[in-house]
Design a protein around this ligand. Structure first.
Ligand code: ATP
Length: 258
């Protein structure tokens, strides 16, 4: 079943076409990977789906609804969550406070509520704490909840970034290079976490450069090059696709690389 349907998705920055006329469907309950060389348009593609950029043309349907012009905070409420680089975390705050802030940014209290401490505000504060704790337990970080982010490992920070997205109760989570900068063992741990997310009914869409991980993990892969879709398919199909081999790997012998 299709969760997100993209048609003719295009984003231009001045004269540069970062995403070019992409048709693609993200399947519900699956792990989809977006791959492609540096500058291929992967991050822009995520920014379009999550509403951080508005497409120049084309459309985005989410659960059959047109969300092409929906801004990010509304997209988050509809159930689209994305992770950011770990550099976006507040290093001097605790792990749990980081997750709570992430959740609060997406909940309803307005400044008025915060100042006058309305009942809704207090209720939301309690809810945010509980959501944050549940998300931390889910990603295996409950023990680190009160630690300052600056003192935890890079891998734990990656998990905090994921917890932050999970705390918003998403239907789909967009992961931006979750395994960048961590060792192979930790990469395996993150792959397990992605499987667990999907098993819990949340669709996963990930940008990742670690090919071995993607080939073992993804159900479907979208390959972008210069903003355009050059291939889509299962890992097996992508591994042997001559266009992918040529464009993505510069014609290198493929077998060892993928
Ligand atoms: N806000 C922006 N303004 C202008 N150009 C941009 C902007 N964001 C991205 N670009 C350009 O769009 C192209 C695609 O960039 P994007 O970051 O989406 O690629 P990517 O595949 O995520 O790359 P990487 O793997 O290096 O992160 C690049 O040429 C980039 O310089």
């Amino acid at each position: 079943m299709t969760l997100i349907k993209l048609e003719g998705l295009t984003k231009r920055f001045g004269g540069l076409t970062a995403v070019s006329d992409v048709d693609f469907e993200i399947e519900k309950g699956k792990i989809t990977a977006i791959i492609g060389p540096n500058g291929a348009g992967k991050s822009t593609f995520f920014n379009l789906i999550s509403g951080f950029h508005r497409p120049t043309s084309g459309s985005i349907m989410f659960e059959g609804k047109d969300i092409t012009k929906t801004p990010a905070h509304i997209g988050a409420r509809l159930g689209i969550a994305r992770t950011f680089q770990t550099t976006h975390l507040f290093e001097r705050s605790s792990v749990i406070d980081n997750v709570i802030v992430g959740h609060r940014l997406r909940t309803k209290s307005k400044l008025y509520d915060a100042i006058f401490r309305t009942r809704r505000e207090k209720r939301e504060e309690q809810m945010a704490y509980e959501k944050a704790m549940t998300a931390l337990e889910f990603v295996g970080l409950a023990d680190l909840a009160t630690m300052q982010v600056a003192t935890i490992s890079q891998e734990a920070k990656k998990r905090v970034a994921i917890a932050l997205a999970l705390a918003t109760d998403p239907k789909v989570i967009l992961l931006d290079e979750p395994a960048a900068g961590i060792n192979p063992e930790e990469t395996d741990g993150l792959a397990e976490l992605m499987k667990k997310i999907v098993q819990n009914g949340i669709t996963v869409c990930t940008i990742e450069h670690k090919m071995q991980m993607i080939m073992e993990l993804a159900d479907q892969i979208l390959v972008l090059n210069h903003g355009a879709k050059i291939a889509e398919g299962t890992p097996e199909e992508i591994k042997t696709n001559p266009t992918v081999i040529e464009a993505y790997l510069g014609g290198e012998s493929v077998a060892e690389v993928i």
